[in-house]
Design a protein around this ligand. Structure first.
Ligand code: UGA
Length: 432
C-alpha cells in the first residue's frame, strides 16, 4: 500500500520506516529542510537503536523516500498519517496548530479516496476537528475517512515496539477505512482493537497517565520504605507477582521524564478540567513526581552536608537509557538545583551529550564514567544506562575524593556497596 507519513520525529520516522519494512511504499514528509536533507543523505536526525539500518535497507529497496511536499506525497497515497508535534502550551493544553495546518494541506491536495490517520498524541475530539477541517477545505468533495491510531512506541525500543506490538488501537467510523487498516496492520499478527475515534484518543492519554501513576505510586511507597528501613525493590517484586498489578513500571527512581509522560499527564488533566470531569488523582501523580526530584536532591545534600563549592559527578543525562532525548529529563532539574546550591557539575552520558550541551549551562561534559568520578565529592546516578551497572567500582572509589554514590536508579545492592567501602544512598532502601 502507499503511505504518506507527515512528520519525521520519533513517531513518524519509526512508523514510516517500519511500514516500509512490512513491504509498503512510504514517503516521509517534513517541512524542516534540515531533517529531510539529513535523511536524504542517509543520516539520522535522532538516535534510535536499529533505525538507521532499517532506513538504509528500505531506501535501497525503493520502498522509503523523503520529501518536503505533502501535495506530491499524497498523490498516490492510500493513507496519510499525521505524526506532527503537539507541544505543550503554557496552560498544559496541547498545541494542535500543526495538526490543523496539515489537515488543511491534505484537504487542498486530495485527489482520490484517502484514509487520514491521526497518529500524534492528541486530546479527545481531535479526530472530529480533523474531519471538520478536511471537509471544509475539500472543495472537490473527494471521499475520505479520519482514523485515530495512537502510538505506544517507547524511545530506545521503538523499532521492536512497532514490529512486535502488544496491540494496535484503531478508532474509526467506516467499514471502508476498517478494511484498509486491517490490510495494513495484518502482517503484524497482534490484537487489533477497533473502537470509536474518541475512545481511541482516550486510550492513549489514559495509558500514559496510568503508567505515570504506577511510577509515582511506587515512588511514594519508596518514601515509606526509607522511613522504616524496608526495601522497595522487594516490595515491588512481591506486588508484581500479582498479575493484576504486574512488576513493570514499578521501578522506584528519581522521577519520570521525557516528552510523553509529563506532557500527556498535563494534557489529560487539562482536558478533564475543560470537560468538568476533574481528574484530581493525576494532580497527585504530577506532584509526587516533582517532589521526588527535590527529595533526591535532599539525599545528595544529606550525603555532602554543604553543597556549595563541592564537585558533583552526574552519570546519565538522557531521560532514560538508549536515547539521546533530553526533553523533560530529570537530570536538567537535578543539575539546576545543585547549581543553585553552589555545586560544580561534571557529567557523562553515552549518547545524549550533544543534545545536553544545548540545554545545560556550566556543566563540564566528560568523556567517560571515570573522568566524571575523578576529583568529585560524590557520584550521582540519574539514568540507568546498562553499561553503568558494569563500571569498575574499585577504580571509581580511588578516583572519587570521597567514596560516595547517590543512586537515583537503584543500580547496585547496598550490602555490596557497603562491603566495597562506599557511602551509598539509593531510592527506597537503607543507606549504607
Ligand atoms: C512512553 C510510553 O511508555 C510509551 O508506551 C508511549 O508510546 C510513549 O511514552 C509516548 O507517548 O510516545 P517513553 O516516554 O519512551 O514511552 O519512555 P518510558 O519507557 O515509558 O519511560 C518514561 C519515564 O519513566 C522515564 O523517565 C523512565 O526513567 C521513567 N520510569 C519508567 C520510571 O521511573 N520507573 C519505571 O518503572 C518506568
Amino acid at each position: 500500500m502507499n503511505i504518506c507519513m507527515i512528520g519525521t520525529g520519533y513517531v513518524g520516522l519509526v512508523t514510516g520506516t517500519c511500514f516500509a519494512e512490512l513491504g509498503n511504499k512510504v514517503i516521509c514528509v517534513d517541512n524542516d529542510p534540515r531533517k529531510i536533507g539529513l535523511l536524504k543523505k542517509g543520516e539520522m536526525p535522532i538516535y534510535e537503536p536499529g533505525l538507521e539500518e532499517l532506513v538504509h535497507k528500505n531506501v535501497k529497496a525503493g520502498r522509503l523516500s523523503f520529501s518536503m511536499s505533502i501535495a506530491d506525497a499524497i498523490k498516490t497515497a492510500d493513507f496519510a498519517f499525521i505524526a506532527v508535534g503537539t507541544p505543550p502550551r503554557s496552560d498544559g493544553s496541547a498545541d494542535l496548530s500543526y495538526v490543523e495546518n496539515v489537515s488543511r494541506e491534505i484537504a487542498q491536495n486530495l485527489k482520490k479516496y484517502l484514509v487520514i490517520v491521526e497518529k500524534s498524541t492528541v486530546p479527545v475530539e481531535t479526530c472530529e476537528w480533523v474531519k471538520k477541517t478536511v471537509s471544509k477545505y475539500n472543495r472537490k468533495k473527494i471521499p475520505f475517512d479520519v482514523v485515530s491510531n495512537p502510538e505506544f512506541l517507547r524511545e530506545g525500543t521503538a523499532v521492536t515496539d512497532f514490529l512486535k506490538p502488544d496491540r494496535v488501537i484503531v478508532g474509526l467510523e467506516s467499514d471502508r477505512a476498517k478494511k484498509s487498516v486491517q490490510k495494513l496492520y495484518g502482517p503484524l499478527k497482534c490484537p487489533i482493537l477497533f473502537t470509536d475515534t474518541k475512545s481511541a484518543e482516550i486510550i492513549k492519554h489514559a495509558s500514559n497517565s496510568f503508567l505515570a501513576t504506577k511510577i509515582s505510586y511506587i515512588n511514594s511507597v519508596a518514601k515509606i520504605c526509607e522511613k522504616v528501613g524496608a526495601n522497595v525493590e522487594q516490595v515491588a517484586e512481591g506486588m508484581g507477582f500479582d498479575p493484576r498489578i504486574g512488576r513493570s513500571f514499578l521501578n522506584a527512581g528519581c522521577g519520570f521524564g521525557g516528552f510523553c509522560f509529563p506532557k500527556d499527564l498535563e494534557a489529560f488533566l487539562w482536558i478533564s478540567k475543560k470537560l468538568g470531569a476533574d481528574f484530581e488523582m493525576l494532580e497527585a501523580v504530577k506532584k509526587v513526581n516533582e517532589e521526588q526530584i527535590i527529595h533526591f536532591v535532599h539525599k545528595i545534600e544529606e550525603a555532602l552536608w554543604i553543597i556549595n563549592g563541592k564537585t558533583v559527578g552526574i552519570l546519565g543525562l538522557a531521560f532514560k537509557p538508549n536515547t539521546d532525548d533530553m526533553r523533560f529529563a530529570p537530570s536538567i532539574d537535578i543539575i539546576r538545583m545543585l547549581q543553585e546550591r553552589g555545586a560544580k557539575i561534571q557529567a557523562y552520558d553515552p549518547i545524549s551529550m550533544p543534545n545536553a550541551k544545548k540545554v545545560l549551562q556550566n556543566v563540564a561534559l566528560k568523556d567517560s564514567v571515570y573522568d566524571v568520578a575523578k576529583g568529585a565529592d560524590c557520584l550521582v546516578i540519574v539514568t540507568e544506562w546498562p553499561q553503568f551497572r558494569k563500571i569498575d567500582l574499585g577504580k571509581i572509589k580511588k578516583l572519587l575524593s570521597h567514596p560516595t554514590i547517590i543512586d537515583g536508579r537503584n543500580l547496585f545492592l547496598p550490602e555490596n556497596m557497603k562491603k566495597l567501602g562506599f557511602h551509598y544512598s539509593s531510592i527506597g532502601r537503607k543507606s549504607v
